[in-house]
Design a protein around this ligand. Structure first.
Ligand code: HSE
Length: 426
C-alpha cells in the first residue's frame, strides 16, 4: 500500500484537528483510499501541547530544516497562519520538493504567485482548500466540479465571526459591541477582531475564490472592502421590517463591463438562500452559465471542519502526481487586459433623518429622480412629528448616481443627516 508521510507545522486549533482526523482515521483511509497516511513529525514550540494530543516527544522537530530534510515526509501541512514564519517555512518545504497543504488565506492571497513559482520549479504540489471557507469544499468545486461553466457570479458569507455578530444583532436585538463581546467570549472573534470585522479575512478569501471562478488573477488590491463596525441595530431592524436580512457578503461578478469584486455589508431579501445562513455558518452561492445556481453551506472555521479540508488535500496529494497549478496568468500583476468595474451597479438601502413636514418626501424623491435613481420602496417610521427616520430602497443604479443624489439630499433644510447607505442584493 502506498505510504504518505505528513508533517504538521503548528498545533493550534486547526493543527490539533488535523492531527486528530489523520490519527483516528488511519485504518479507515487505508481501506477507503488505499493510502497509509502517517503523521511523521510536527513542528510546535509547545511540547506539552503535542504530548496532550498523544504525539510522542520524539516526533516533535526542533526546526523547519529537520522537517524538510526528513525523507519520510511527503506532505507538509502549514497551519501556523499569518505571514511569518509561515512563508519562510512553506518556501523551504517547496524548495525541498515537498508538497504543501495550507489553510493560510492571508499568505495565499498575498503570495500565491511566488509560492506557485517555487512549487512548479520543484515539481511539488501546492494545495489550499482549507484557506477559504474552512470545511466547505469550495476550491475543489471551482477547480474540478465547474470547469464546464463560465462562472457568472460568486456570492458568499465567507466569514463566520461577522455572520455570528450580525445574526445576534438581528435575532437578539444586540448592539454591535454586545455581539462582538459574546463572539470573543465564544472564541469566534480574536482579542483584536480587526481581520474579521473590517473584512480583511473575507477579502483574502474572495481574492482567491474569484481568481479561480473567473480564471484571472484578482489581487486583494482589486477587492473593494468595507467591514461591519459602523452597522447599527436600527438598520438591521428597519431592513427586517422591509423583508431584508443584513449579511457581510463577498461578491464577485463577471459582467459585460468587467469584473466586480467586493466585500461589504449587504441586505439580501429574506427569500434569498443566504438570508437563512445564521450564526457562525458560511455559505457560497455560485451561478454557472450551464449549471445555474449552486449553493454550498457549512462550517467555515474550527478544528475538525478546517481539518477536514486539510485532510482532503493531503489525500488528494497522495493520489495525484500531476499537480495542478493556476490555469491563468498567476503573476502578482495578473493579466493586464482584465477589466475591473469600480462604479458598481446595485440596489441601495438609504436611511435618512428628516423633518416630518409636508413636501419633504417629494423633494427627496425629486433629487433621486434628477440623478436617475429609481425608488423601489419608501418607509417612513413616524410615531410623532419632528425628526423621523425615512428608509428608501432603490432599484438597480450606479453607485456614482446614488452618491450624487445623496450629496444634494443632505443639503436640503428638512434633512438632518444621511445615517446609512447599504448595498442590497435582491
Ligand atoms: N476568522 C474566520 C471566520 C475563520 O470568522 O470565518 C478563518 O478564516
Amino acid at each position: 500500500m502506498k505510504k504518505l508521510g505528513v508533517a504538521i507545522l503548528g498545533l493550534g486549533v486547526v493543527g490539533g484537528g488535523t492531527y486528530k482526523i489523520l490519527n483516528d482515521n488511519r485504518e479507515y483511509f487505508k481501506k477507503t483510499q488505499g493510502l497509509d497516511v502517517t503523521v511523521e513529525t510536527v513542528l510546535e514550540k509547545n511540547i506539552d501541547r503535542a504530548v496532550s494530543l498523544g504525539i510522542d516527544k520524539s516526533q516533535v522537530a526542533s526546526s523547519i530544516e529537520e522537517v524538510v530534510s526528513n525523507p519520510n515526509v511527503d506532505v507538509v501541512v502549514e497551519v501556523i497562519g499569518g505571514i511569518e514564519p509561515a512563508k519562510t517555512f512553506v518556501t523551504k518545504a517547496l524548495k525541498s520538493g515537498k508538497t504543501v497543504v495550507t489553510s493560510n488565506k492571508e499568505l495565499f492571497a498575498k503570495y500565491w504567485p511566488e509560492l506557485e513559482v517555487e512549487a512548479k520549479k520543484n515539481k511539488a504540489g501546492l494545495f489550499f482548500e482549507a484557506s477559504c471557507v474552512g470545511g466547505v469544499p469550495i476550491i475543489r468545486t471551482l477547480t474540478e466540479g465547474m470547469q464546464g461553466n463560465k462562472i457568472l457570479s460568486i456570492k458568499g458569507i465567507i466569514n463566520g465571526t461577522t455572520n455570528y455578530i450580525l445574526t445576534k444583532m438581528a435575532h437578539e436585538g444586540w448592539s454591535y459591541e454586545e455581539a462582538l463581546k459574546e463572539a470573543q467570549r465564544l472564541g469566534y472573534a480574536e482579542f483584536n477582531p480587526t481581520a474579521d470585522v473590517e473584512g480583511f479575512d473575507a477579502t483574502y478569501k474572495l481574492s482567491i475564490l474569484s481568481s479561480l471562478a473567473f480564471n484571472t488573477k484578482i489581487s486583494i488590491d482589486n477587492v473593494h472592502r468595507e467591514g461591519i463596525t459602523s452597522l447599527t441595530k436600527e438598520d438591521i431592524q428597519y431592513g427586517k421590517e422591509l423583508g431584508y436580512t443584513l449579511k457581510l457578503l463577498g461578491i464577485g461578478k463577471n459582467t459585460e463591463n468587467g469584473i466586480e469584486v467586493r466585500v461589504h455589508p449587504t441586505f439580501v431579501s429574506n427569500d434569498n438562500p443566504l438570508a437563512s445562513v445564521n450564526d457562525s455558518f458560511n455559505a457560497v452561492h455560485l451561478v454557472g452559465d450551464a449549471v445555474g445556481e449552486i449553493m454550498l453551506y457549512g462550517r467555515g472555521a474550527g478544528a475538525l471542519p478546517t481539518g477536514s479540508a486539510i485532510v482532503s488535500d493531503v489525500i488528494f496529494a497522495g493520489k495525484h502526481t500531476d499537480y495542478y497549478y493556476a490555469s491563468f496568468d498567476n503573476s502578482a500583476k495578473g493579466n493586464k487586459l482584465t477589466k475591473f468595474v469600480s462604479d458598481f451597479t446595485s440596489q441601495y438601502f438609504i436611511r435618512l433623518s428628516v423633518k416630518d413636514s409636508a413636501g419633504v418626501l417629494s423633494k427627496i424623491s425629486g433629487l433621486f429622480a434628477k440623478n436617475n435613481v429609481s425608488i423601489k420602496e419608501v418607509k417612513q417610521v413616524s410615531e410623532k412629528e419632528g425628526k423621523v427616520p425615512v428608509v428608501i430602497i432603490t432599484h438597480l443604479c450606479p453607485e456614482s448616481a446614488v452618491k450624487k443624489a445623496i450629496e444634494k439630499i443632505k443639503s436640503l433644510d428638512a434633512v438632518f443627516s444621511c445615517d446609512s447607505v447599504i448595498r442590497l442584493e435582491d
